[in-house]
Structure formats: C-alpha cells, structure tokens
Design a protein around this ligand. Structure first.
Ligand code: CO8
Length: 260
C-alpha cells in the first residue's frame, strides 16, 4: 500500500483560495473510507481557515473519481453498511460553509458524480464524463445521485442515466444544466481556480449566505425559501462588509471586505 497522502492540499494565499486534490490515481480515485475521511477533514480544516475563502476540489486527468470503492463494499452486509454508515459522512461535505467548486477531468462516476454534485458547482474539461453506473453492479446511487441529478437535469434525462448506467459527455452535462462551465481539459484546474479567485474577492459573509440561500431552493418550499432569503439579506445589513461594499460603490473604489 502506498504511503502517499490520499488528498493533497495546496493553498494560494494571494487569491485566498485552496485546491484539494484526490490522490488515489491507480484506482481512479475510487472513494474508499480513508479517502472520504481525508477529504472531509481537509474541507473542514479549510472551512475554519479565515485566510481561505473559496475551495476547489479536483482529481487527475483520468478521473475526478470513478465512484465508491467497489472492492471495499462488495462483501458488506446491510448491517455493515448501516453500522459504518459511510454515506452519513457525506453530510460533513454539505455543511461546508464556503463555496466549493468541483474541477472535473475524466470520469465522474457513481459516488464521483455524486461528490461533484454535492459540491456547489462543476467546472468540467471537454473530455469529462458523468455517469451513475450503479445499475450495472446491481445497486442504485446512494449518495444523492437519484435526487441531485434529477433536480439538476430533470426526470427524463436522470432516468436515462440511472436506468442505463450510461455516462454523458461534458457538453451534454453542460447543456442539461449539470455543469456550469466547460473548458479545455488541461485548463480545468487553472480555470476553476480563476473562478474561485473571482469569488474570493467578494465578501466572505455574503458568499456564505448566498450559498446557503441557493441551497435552500433544494430543501424548502418557495414561500419558506423566499422568507429565508429575505432574512439572510436583512442580516447582511449588520455586517461591515455591506457598509464597505455599498460605500465603495458610491465612492467609485474597490471594496475591501474583511468578513465581519
Ligand atoms: N472501485 C474500485 N476500484 C476501481 C473503481 C471503483 N469504483 N473504478 C476503477 N477502479 C480500479 C480498477 O479496478 C482498476 O484497478 P486495477 O488496475 O487494480 O485492476 C483501476 O481502477 C483502473 O480501472 P480500469 O482498469 O477499469 O480502467 P479503464 O480505463 O479500463 O475503465 C472505468 C475506467 C470505466 C471508470 C472503469 O474503471 C469502471 O467502470 N469503474 C467502475 C465505475 C463504477 O461502477 N462506479 C460506481 C461505483 S458504486 C458507487 O459509486 C455507489 C456510490 C454510493 C455512495 C458512496 C458510499 C461511500
């Protein structure tokens, strides 16, 4: 077994961004328990770090991640699955308050596609492929694939992917609304970091509440979500960043946001 870290973290202090790279290349970044532990730990650490405002998660040129580790779960009983409750851990990713961009090259399959969808938005290389192939191995998506994919691309396309197990291309994923931005394969990380840097210029408080408000669209009725959005909007008027942002606009200068 290799001693290489399963997740590599690189900070870009000037841009106030960080890059988290899944690092299990021989297994196409198959998401075993140890990789998920390392990923969740890294994301939580970066979420606590005031010098980081936006995070990018990537894999390598062959795969973002080819799914949950099939070898690890092949022999499991329902009770093993229940007791280890590996999918419960995915809630740690949902609770990250900073924007997290998925920079996807190659395969994003099964849990890999679900991981990309659990993050906030997807930047994909032209050669990326997204799929939920669990049906091929006698199961179904278990970490949000039937739900997030359906919300992202609609029932009919989600049914096609989930019931056939066949992947879609980055272009199809972009046209369907799953992917926010397509770029050349070799520029995926660079372009995702540039997007992250652009976001990192904004108020960290506004970023956090904007993320929370958009996510509420998935979880609340329209009436409740609109009320929630309005409360978050009003709350920002308690921040220095709102005073600074509006003053800077009126004084025709660049705002200096502190996150307070
Ligand atoms: N699990 C374990 N090992 C894997 C996985 C995987 N998901 N994917 C690839 N690997 C391994 C291969 O076994 C192979 O290892 P070795 O060299 O030791 O034989 C190595 O990675 C390279 O793979 P291939 O030789 O197969 O490479 P190819 O380029 O020929 O094919 C594919 C690439 C098409 C991506 C192919 O590897 C494949 O189909 N992989 C499986 C994809 C899949 O079925 N994913 C879904 C898994 S189930 C799932 O994700 C459920 C999620 C539930 C929630 C998460 C709970 C934690």
């Amino acid at each position: 077994m290799s001693d290489d870290p399963l997740v590599l973290v690189e900070r870009q202090p000037e841009q106030r961004t960080a890059l988290v790279r899944l690092n299990r290349p021989k297994q196409l970044n198959a998401l075993n328990g140890a990789v998920m532990d390392a990923l969740c730990d890294s994301l939580e650490e970066l979420d606590r770090d005031a010098d980081v405002r936006v995070i990018v998660v990537t894999g390598n040129e062959r795969a973002f991640a080819a799914g949950a580790d099939i070898g690890e779960m092949a022999g499991a009983s329902p009770i093993d699955m229940l007791v280890t409750n590996r999918i419960g851990q995915w809630d740690r990713i949902r609770k990250i308050t900073k924007p997290v961009i998925a920079a996807v090259n190659g395969w994003a399959l099964g849990g890999g596609c679900e991981l990309a969808m659990t993050l906030d938005l997807i930047v994909a290389g032209e050669g990326a492929k997204f799929g939920q192939p669990e049906i091929n191995i006698g199961v179904i998506p278990g970490a949000g694939g039937t739900q997030r994919l359906t919300r992202a691309i609609g029932k009919s396309k989600a049914m096609r992917m989930v019931l056939t197990g066949e992947p879609i291309t980055a272009r199809e994923a972009e046209a369907a609304g799953l992917v926010a931005l397509i770029t050349q394969d070799e520029l995926v990380v660079e372009d995702a970091l540039a997007l992250a840097a652009k976001m990192a210029e904004k108020s960290p408080l506004a970023l956090r509440l904007a993320k929370e408000a958009v996510n509420a669209a998935y979880e609340m009725s329209l009436t409740d979500a609109l009320a929630h959005e309005r409360r978050l909007f009003y709350l920002l008027f308690a921040s220095d960043d709102q005073k600074e942002g509006m003053a800077a606009f009126l004084e025709k200068r660049t705002p200096d946001f502190t996150g307070r």
